[in-house]
Write a protein that binds this ligand. Structure first.
Ligand code: XMP
Length: 321
């Protein structure tokens, strides 16, 4: 199937929303539909469109994988509650940490997260519900990257020749497949979603696990979570595409209170980019970097070294895993 992109400059948000809502009503009819919400702009737009189309016959789940940022699961659920959309929070931390145990290789780590999400957790919820329509926030770039074999986006199925009705027993509906991110953000704003969602900086599917080099354990996630909080707080005034904290696996010798401390290293990355395909490190004033280092080494237990990445993408990538 050839998918026709709707370019940002051609997009009429009112018309797009009306058409998609009508289309969803027609496809789903009097049945129920199901989707997973991550709080990202794509899944948020899909949730709002489907809610407008079928109201309470939409069942939306937020899968708490234990890898999200501080407070994110409850913030997302509460944001949608205010918009009149009920979201079921599913605690799947145990399943994800079990699947990630002892894995160090980046690709195997990603695969473990995808498999746990689709097979063990959300896949099971879909199966048990008996619902035949699954909504997904696949966008135009996901398709392009997957078909070009740049990056296997976990939500791309049909375009790889997978017949979901035959293989999994449900039909996948992808309302924003013709849009790229800026167009999705425009629709999100038009749908009345808050700025925290329509202007949300990109955040990877594997969440904080994409920022942990080596094994992903609850303790190591907690370190990255705290570091992320500090980085996001300190750099909120900086105009950048994305800022993040990475936990390295190797330790280094440090010195605290006159004693040797063989401690952790956190790397800070902050990027200027338009589309994430290429990126350059943001020029952050030294005083801000120093404050960042001071907070990271004093507030995140065990951190004795903080570095700032100065390599471009390529050959680097934005995330570390
Ligand atoms: P990379 O690390 O490939 O990231 O330069 C490009 C952009 O995509 C965001 N992003 C992801 N990155 N796996 C990733 O590696 C994912 O599943 C994913 N989802 C989103 C990333 O944060 C960056 O903006």
């Amino acid at each position: 199937m050839e998918i026709q992109e709707i370019k940002l400059e051609e997009l009429d948000p009112k018309k797009f929303i009306e058409e998609k809502v009508a289309e969803l009503r027609e496809i789903i009819g009097k049945n129920r539909a199901i989707n997973a919400l991550s709080g990202g702009v794509d899944s948020s737009v899909v949730t709002m469109l489907a809610h407008r189309a079928i109201g309470d016959r939409l069942e939306t789940y937020f899968i708490e994988n234990g890898l999200m940022r501080e407070g994110e699961p409850t913030n997302v659920v509460n944001t949608f509650k205010k918009l009149g959309v009920k979201v079921e929070l599913v605690d799947a931390k145990k399943e994800f940490f079990e699947a990630l145990k002892s894995i160090e290789d980046p690709e195997i780590k990603r695969e473990a997260i995808t498999q746990t999400f689709y097979k063990r957790v959300f896949g099971k919820i879909v199966k048990d519900s008996g619902i035949k329509f699954l909504l997904q926030g696949t966008n135009y770039t996901d398709i392009e990257e997957t078909v070009a074999k740049i990056k296997r986006q976990h939500n791309v199925l049909e375009q790889l020749g997978i017949n979901t009705e035959k293989e999994f027993g449900y039909k996948v509906i992808e309302p924003i497949i013709q849009l790229r991110k800026p167009a999705v953000r425009k629709i999100a704003k038009y749908l009345g979603l808050p700025k925290s969602i329509y202007a949300r900086p990109p955040f990877p599917g594997p969440a904080l696990a994409a920022r942990i080099i080596g094994e992903v354990t609850p303790e190591r996630v907690e370190i990255v979570r705290k570091a992320t909080n500090i980085v996001e707080e300190e750099l909120q005034g900086i105009k950048a595409f994305q800022c993040l904290a990475i936990l390295h696996s190797d330790k280094v010798t440090g010195l605290r209170s006159g004693k040797r401390e063989f401690g952790l290293q956190v790397e800070v990355r902050c990027w200027d980019s338009v589309d994430a395909k290429t990126a350059t490190p943001t020029k952050i004033p030294y005083n801000i970097l120093f404050r960042l280092a001071s907070r990271l080494t004093s507030e995140v237990q065990g951190v004795v070294s903080v570095t700032y990445n100065i390599a471009t993408k390529p050959p680097s990538t934005i995330e570390a895993v």
